[in-house]
Design a protein around this ligand. Structure first.
Ligand SMILES: Cc1cc2nc3c(=O)[nH]c(=O)nc-3n(C[C@H](O)[C@H](O)[C@H](O)COP(=O)(O)O)c2cc1C
Length: 413
């Protein structure tokens, strides 16, 4: 199967701000690289670019906007194995794809091999997706203090059991499984090389490394040299690099520095779905880069809100969800504080239109102010772990009991 970009469901021409066509320029500083398609088992992803799963961000609406700009693999927000198996409404909504979305990719988070196996079986039997990614990167303290998320690969027996269950079930439907992990718990407790080798031996289709430890959360810079080491350690399976790609140029640089087979983009596309157009251009050997003026940004915000309202079948909910995106969309654009504050409370599409109309829509692309790091950052935090977690690489019975709650109320990685 081959990834394609798709035609819009919400008619873009209907936005009050025009179709939202993003201006592009042939940028002198643009760098390009010819990278072969990414092969994940039986899937071929023509443009070796992955939208990183982001809870609260990479839902159907946002994936559509991204897909319209470029090819790649667009992963859902994470869904917990247990909630999916229990068929909770929110979880079923997360794994739902638009009819034209191909390949369909879901991310599953679980702390128990039986549940993860059941969740993957459900994906296969109910034809929910064409690809499953497993999340071992969540740094949220309430999860890691019970042994879940990025604390989990430390327990090699548990990690092995979960990945094995997922691969076994996925194999029945011939769909590829990938794992996404951080470097480890902290600099003294690194797990990625061992976890990567183990996952490769079990039969995953690729390993993604976010070049940070749990302790780092989102602070500092991602360590691309660790990504290069993983690439070298796993010559026989695709390795995908993740962390601090803010532009197509960063993506090319990561590939050149690390040798990865593809790049995974998280925060860099928040408020910038057109980044996927730049990434496709760079990997197709072209130098055109998106330089949207404020009118194109306004049209995209409006359309994003329409899609969120449609996805939720609830206008107010859609408008609530657009608010955080608005802040990302306007990063670096000349938009006054009062208007930003009003937009942060917007409740209807009409209100959104009225407020966006107060912008000076002819403002051109502001340049470097919109580029570079964006989104979650923060400071390192000592890893919150269960008692005596680091003493042993195998999981104890009492720790296994604690894990039960590590799947509850989780969001984010
Ligand atoms: C708001 C937010 C939500 C996230 N949710 C998930 C998630 O559900 N699953 C996951 O594996 N990683 C999650 N992540 C981590 C990203 O997938 C990615 O690994 C991380 O942001 C580093 O990549 P970046 O530097 O390109 O942002 C999340 C990150 C952010 C900022």
């Amino acid at each position: 199967m081959t990834a394609t970009t798709a035609a819009p469901v919400v008619d873009a021409a209907r936005t009050p701000f025009g179709p939202g066509t993003v201006e592009t320029v042939d940028a002198d500083e643009a760098v390009v690289l010819d990278l072969p398609p990414l092969r994940l088992g039986n899937l071929t992803v023509d443009v070796p670019v992955v939208l990183a799963p982001m809870a609260g961000v990479t839902n159907k609406a946002f994936r559509r906007l991204c897909r319209e700009h470029g090819g790649g693999l667009y992963v859902t927000e994470m869904v917990t194995a247990r909630a999916l198996v229990e068929r909770r409404e929110k979880s079923l909504q997360i794994v739902h794809h638009d009819a034209d979305e191909t390949p369909r990719s879901v991310q599953i988070y679980g702390v128990d091999a039986v549940n993860v196996g059941k969740a993957v079986r459900m994906v296969v039997e109910e034809d929910i997706a064409d690809h499953v990614d497993l999340n071992f990167g969540c740094p949220v303290p309430k999860v890691t203090k019970r042994g879940g998320g990025s604390a989990l690969p430390w327990k090699t027996d548990l990690f092995h059991a979960i990945v094995s269950a997922a691969v076994r079930e996925a194999d029945r439907g011939g769909i590829p499984v990938t794992v996404k992990t951080r470097m480890g718990i902290d600099d003294d407790h690194l797990t990625y090389l061992e976890a990567g080798r183990m996952a490769r031996d079990i039969g995953v289709a690729a390993v993604t490394l976010h070049g940070r430890t749990l302790e780092q959360h989102y602070s500092g810079t991602a360590d691309w040299s660790a990504i290069a080491r993983l690439r070298e350690a796993l010559p026989d399976v695709p390795v995908l690099g993740n962390g601090d790609i803010w532009s197509a140029e960063d993506a090319v640089r990561m590939v050149e520095k690390t040798g990865v087979d593809g790049v995974v983009i998280g925060r860099g596309c928040q408020g910038r779905p057109w980044l996927f157009g730049d990434l496709q251009a760079a990997f197709d050997g072209r130098r055109d880069r998106a330089r949207p003026g404020l009118r194109a940004v306004a049209a995209t915000i409006y359309r994003h809100a329409q899609l969120l309202a449609e996805q939720n079948d609830d206008e107010l909910q859609g408008l609530r969800e657009i608010r955080k995106h608005v802040a990302w969309y306007f990063k670096g654009y000349p938009v006054g504080g009062q208007l930003r504050a009003q937009l942060a409370g917007v409740e209807t599409l009409d209100q959104l239109e009225e407020l966006l109309n107060q912008l000076d829509l002819d403002q051109p692309y502001p340049g470097p102010a919109v580029e570079g790091p964006r989104g979650r950052a923060g400071n390192p935090k000592k890893a919150a772990l269960p008692d005596r977690w680091l003493e042993d690489r195998l999981i104890h019975d009492d720790q296994r009991l604690g894990l039960v709650d590590a799947e509850l109320d989780v969001s984010g990685g």
